[in-house]
Ligand binder design. Structure first.
Ligand SMILES: Nc1nc2c(c(=O)[nH]1)N[C@H]1C(S)=C(S)[C@@H](COP(=O)(O)OP(=O)(O)OC[C@H]3O[C@@H](n4cnc5c(=O)[nH]c(N)nc54)[C@H](O)[C@@H]3O)O[C@H]1N2
Ligand SMILES: Nc1nc2c(c(=O)[nH]1)N[C@H]1C(S)=C(S)[C@@H](COP(=O)(O)OP(=O)(O)OC[C@H]3O[C@@H](n4cnc5c(=O)[nH]c(N)nc54)[C@H](O)[C@@H]3O)O[C@H]1N2
Ligand code: SF4
Ligand SMILES: [Mo]
Length: 645
């Protein structure tokens, strides 16, 4: 067998590969975390490594606005960075320095250990809520932590519910496995989605709630199960808290109300409720797209309580990192200091454009394309009074706006350890090819900057393998060294980290935080001026903005229903102006039976026909649980004056 390698992209699956030559990767069918299925991104990984878009040397901007820059040596770049950083910390304080990272590479050495320097310096950071923040907080309110079902729980499940989760595209190995189980064992698949997605097409039942009304469905199903005594009384008695109050609370969500609100026929709601109560055990896969909107946090809260009614311990999947026995606090060094400020990730554009930071260090993210109000981010990064450093593998939208650009090796060029937010295996990657150009790893850069600042703290310079050995138990670590893949111990599913030690139908933590003790609906109503809701989600060939260098730009299309097209007076292929309260972009209209009336769909973060990004117009407000509202971007659509392309 060839070398093992594990994909560190921000993706549920975290696949294991066998490397069969320097230019080809092949999926290993370990039969454990994933199932054999090729991924169009993995297939082109080496093309991305050798892409002409690679950043190969350090550069310094000569004129940022005009994109003029010159190549410099590493020692020059690091001297410049450390001088600027030292001056900024001295003159403006740690709160004027922003460390802006995300999950472009989820490796422990790349993403986690590099946070040590920034914790030590107490600089400003983001709150990491753009992707999954609201749902994470929602689950913690009722369960104490977010972990749930592992892939190996799928096999014994009789029912798999994908709720606001387009797994066929966003977690292909999960869904491929589910469809195999459907064939082999008759496992039932239900999709709850506002769009007729690829996942819907391969499901036994599809529920399409009117946009934003999922919470009525969840509370209605809860009420039906209670009223018809389909719940597990012993389980509720033993493992839950606050059931009586919840029972009274959900009484008003009767089938008539729920059907009226969601637009789903009564019989279908009943069928779903009865199926859910009968087919046990089951897993509800709660998608991230669902909670990236107004009311999304409350919705996840309501959905998460369904398994508790029918007697399943953590019968959901959302994100499993909390369950893994791996010491992330040690790895990130979060105890070293406290960020001087924590900025809501959705709103960084506003802060950067206002000139709140004098020094910004960016890696593992392309915010000038992927974050709401991306144009503000771009504009802010070009300010004369801010010094921007980026460490990137490729010339991204954001890299082009930096004062110093440092070359990073891709995951195929460096050693790292990678774990998943779905399965419980960790993998160890050795470099597969020689590093390109003069690229240096994220840890090497952190060490150079720390040294330049005169930092003596040995923890910053800790050998990554030694750190890893401390973050994992001995057995897991040893297995990882010998096999390059190891199972990480997982917390017990029947343990609840709440105040009462039980699943809390009535959340004591919510009361403490001044939130609703039980989940409550928040109705969504687009304003008259922007009557459509823009929903965006992934394309199978891209991970956010990655792979545009290989596959070309993400298609700039706007899927719209036939009825809406007629009403606006547009035809398939017409250029349309899509405007929100923040501005407008041009996309190409595509007649689609995936979207209902009033909803339009575009691929997330796509580059628009007028050279902008979709996120120039997406909403940046935070929702009721501090999460994103990208999926409640209200827009208007009109025909572009030049008509079709
Ligand atoms: N409209 C809209 N916008 C969205 C979303 C949406 O649904 N709709 N979804 C949001 C979500 S869920 C997320 S998670 C964010 C993602 O937002 P980002 O994290 O900004 O997404 P990427 O474009 O993947 O950016 C990751 C960057 O990391 C770089 N990178 C990859 N590997 C390495 C490495 O090893 N070293 C270094 N130094 N760099 C590396 C890549 O080249 C890439 O530029 O986007 C959000 N934006
Ligand atoms: N190919 C590919 N896969 C990826 C990624 C990628 O960029 N490309 N990115 C990864 C990352 S970072 C993330 S966060 C995940 C996200 O993956 P998912 O968790 O699947 O989330 P989304 O793709 O944002 O949206 C999923 C579905 O939610 C539906 N939806 C939106 N709002 C609602 C609602 O209110 N109710 C209901 N019922 N449905 C709703 C959308 O129609 C969509 O079909 O994907 C990961 N996987
Ligand atoms: S991008 Fe996702 S599906 Fe594709 S190889 Fe990586 S982990 Fe697997
Ligand atoms: Mo994400």
């Amino acid at each position: 067998m060839g070398k093992l390698a594990v994909c560190p992209r921000d993706c549920y699956d975290t696949c294991f590969y066998e490397v069969i030559s320097d230019r080809k990767l092949r999926l290993v069918h370990t039969g454990k975390p994933t199932i054999k299925l090729s991924c169009p991104r993995a297939e082109k990984d080496f093309d991305r490594v050798f892409s002409p878009e690679r950043v190969l040397y350090p550069y310094v901007a000569v004129d940022k606005r005009r994109g003029l820059r010159r190549r410099v040596s590493w020692s020059y770049a690091i001297r410049l960075i450390t001088n600027k950083l030292r001056e900024t910390l001295r003159d403006y304080g740690a709160e004027s320095v922003l460390f802006l990272d995300y999950a472009g590479n989820r490796g422990i050495f790349t993403r986690y250990m590099t946070q040590r320097l920034w914790y030590l310096l107490n600089v400003a950071r983001i709150d990491y809520t753009l992707c999954d923040g609201a749902g994470e907080r929602a689950l913690k309110l009722h369960y104490g932590s977010t972990y749930g079902a592992l892939p190996n729980h799928m096999e014994g499940s009789k029912l798999l519910v994908y709720w606001g989760f387009n797994a066929a595209i966003t977690s292909p190995h999960n869904f491929f496995y589910a469809s195999k189980l459907r064939k082999w064992r008759g496992t039932k698949i239900v999709a709850v989605d506002v769009l007729k997605t690829e996942t819907v097409r391969y499901s036994d039942m599809w529920l399409r709630p009117r946009y934003g009304t999922d919470i009525y469905l969840a509370l209605g199903v809860a009420n039906y199960i209670i009223q018809n005594e389909l719940y597990d009384e012993d389980f509720i008695e033993r493992y839950t808290y606050g059931f009586e109050k919840f029972r009274v609370y959900v009484r008003k969500y009767d089938i008539d109300l729920v059907s009226r609100k969601t637009g789903i026929p009564r019989e279908k709601i009943v069928e779903f409720a009865e199926t859910y109560a009968e087919k046990k055990p089951s897993i509800i896969f709660i998608g991230y797209g669902l909670q990236r909107r107004i009311g999304g946090g409350e919705t996840v809260r309501a959905i998460s309580l369904l398994p508790a009614l029918v007697g399943i311990h953590r019968g959901f999947y959302y994100g499993n990192v909390d369950g893994l026995m791996i010491d992330l606090e040690y790895l990130t060094g979060s105890f070293l200091g406290k960020p001087s400020r924590v900025i809501p990730q959705s709103r960084i554009g506003e802060y950067i454009a206002r000139g709140e930071f004098k020094f910004i260090y960016i890696h593992l993210t392309n915010p000038a394309a992927t974050h709401p109000r991306a144009e503000l981010i771009g504009r802010g990064l070009l300010r004369k009074d801010v010094f921007v450093v980026i460490h990137e593998t490729h010339w991204t939208d954001t890299a082009k706006l930096a004062d110093v650009i440092l070359p990073a090796p891709t995951w195929l060029e460096k050693k790292d350890a990678v774990f998943s937010y779905w399965h419980n295996y960790i993998g160890l990657n050795e470099p597969i090819i020689k590093r390109m150009g003069e690229s240096k790893t994220e840890l090497e850069v952190m060490w150079l900057i720390a040294k330049g600042l005169g930092i003596k703290n040995e923890f910053i310079y800790e050998d990554p393998m030694k750190a890893l050995s401390k973050a994992l138990d001995e057995e897991t670590y040893n297995r990882l060294i010998t096999d390059h893949i190891a199972e990480i111990r997982y917390r017990k599913l029947d343990e609840y980290q709440t105040r009462t030690g039980k699943i809390e139908f009535l959340s004591t933590e919510a009361i403490r935080q001044g939130l609703n003790p039980v989940p409550k609906p928040i109705d969504i109503k687009p304003p008259q001026k922007f009557p459509f809701i823009l929903v965006s989600s992934a394309h199978i060939k891209y991970t956010h903005t990655q792979f545009e260098d290989v596959y070309g730009p993400i298609p700039p299309i706007l899927e719209i229903s036939e009825e809406d097209m007629k009403r606006i007076g547009i035809e398939d292929g017409d250029k349309v102006v899509v405007s929100s309260k923040y501005g407008s972009v041009i996309l190409i209209a595509k007649r689609s039976d995936r979207v209902p009336k009033g909803i339009v769909f575009a691929y997330r973060s796509c580059r628009t026909v007028d050279g902008k990004r979709l996120n120039y117009i997406t909403h940046d407000e935070t929702n009721e649980l501090g999460g994103a509202t990208i999926n409640t971007t209200f827009v208007n659509i009109s025909k572009h004056k030049s008509g079709n392309q």
